[in-house]
Design a binder for this molecule. Structure first.
Ligand SMILES: [Zn+2]
Length: 80
């Protein structure tokens, strides 16, 4: 998954209190190209229909089953 970060409680609070430092960490972690893709996604509007929402749910249920079967080797993928 390319748009989620897991942190301990301490760092979650520290990064939440310093958005500039958080952005610096993300830039170091992902690089400028990946950050630009995330920025474009966040500025876009992802319209859905009921059928698409069902498809997205199915996609993530399948991802979850794959993770359960192989928790150390699974790489989470974002639907979009
Ligand atoms: Zn930490």
């Amino acid at each position: 998954m390319d748009n989620a970060i897991a942190m301990c409680r301490y760092h979650h609070r520290e990064m939440g209190e310093s958005p500039a430092r958080f952005m610096e960490m993300l830039n170091d972690l992902y690089g400028p190209g990946h950050m630009e893709i995330l920025r474009e996604k966040s500025n876009g509007i992802f319209k859905t229909t009921k059928a698409l929402r069902l498809e997205i749910g199915k996609f993530y249920r399948e991802q979850y089953r794959e993770w359960e079967a192989n928790p150390d080797g699974h790489i989470w993928i974002s639907y979009n």
